[in-house]
Write a protein that binds this ligand. Sequence first.
Ligand code: NI
Length: 135
Amino acid sequence: MIYITRRLEFCASHRLYNPKFSDQENAEIFGLCNNPNGHGHNYVLEVTVKGDVAPDTGMVLDLKALKKLINHEIIDKVDHKNLNVDVDFLKDIIPTAENIAIKFWELIEPKIENGSLHELKLYESERNYVVYRGN
Ligand code: NI
């Protein structure tokens, strides 16, 4: 079994806020990400697919095809967008890295044709990232 990873980047803004909480509670829970007018992140997404090496190509999959799929399903929908209001699949959820990674998984996992999706790693900053493996 081989694991193959494609790294992509996108820029987006968001605001972390739960209307169930008071303004003060929101500020305490979400910190800088609660800034009332939002703020941006330079996100980095690493998509790892696992599979067997096909003898005829020596490859698990065509990385160009994987890049195209991720761009079409994810990056084109979130790059230079406000994640709170511009992105259909993030409506009504708090756009934390955790929630975003889960939604990204749901979008691409059924569409990987060669191999299977193993892991998504979403960096919100150089120091902060989440890992999701589908459960
Ligand atoms: Ni933030």
